[in-house]
Write a protein that binds this ligand. Structure first.
Ligand code: ZN
Length: 174
């Protein structure tokens, strides 16, 4: 088995400032892209343990990944109005298999095909070009809600077992 955590890994629970996990299943964490983010609705799904590529997925991860990417893409399109959703994986900066689900807008040439890479670098160099953090957070929350709603009609997605990490009490008043 791979190590679950590692010193200096930005995704692991032991990291000083891991990104917020929006949903978690036994094998996967769902995030929005960390700030600065170029596009509202840029989501990520990552294995919870360390592994560095599609070739080392276990059979369960392999079976679940297509289900998750389909559901993520449906949710990203529905919430953002994007015409298409791209999926990218490099697994270079973080030692977890992780895929980016990225909305592509016909009206925004910066998001199209490899122009996206130039846009990404521009935002990292000039964070003022990024989406405001509250907009990115609100959009991600809507995507999470859409994805959870799909569980009602997608038995394979239900089997993946995504849930929120903690459920705040609805009300503290009796
Ligand atoms: Zn890690």
């Amino acid at each position: 088995m791979s190590a679950h955590s590692g010193t200096g890994c930005m995704f692991c629970e032991g990291a000083s400032a891991p990104p917020t996990i929006l949903l978690q299943s036994p094998r996967w964490n769902l995030y929005r892209h960390a700030d600065p983010t170029p596009i509202a609705g840029w989501m990520m799904v990552a294995t919870r343990h360390h592994d560095t590529g599609l070739d080392v997925m276990c059979p369960q991860e392999s079976a679940e990944l297509g289900v998750i990417l389909r559901a993520m893409s449906i949710a990203v399109r529905a919430v953002t109005g994007a015409e298409r959703v791209y999926a990218l994986t490099y697994n270079e900066a973080v030692q977890h298999l992780h895929l980016h689900a990225i909305p592509r807008f016909a009206a925004d040439a910066r998001t199209k095909s490899w122009a996206l890479a130039d846009f990404y670098r521009a935002v990292q160099a000039s964070p003022e070009l990024a989406v405001p953090a509250d907009v990115a957070t609100d959009t991600a929350e809507s995507i999470v809600q859409h994805l959870l709603s799909q569980v009602q009609t997608d038995p394979l997605l239900e089997r993946v077992g995504f849930a929120r990490l903690s459920t705040a009490p609805i009300s503290s008043t009796p």
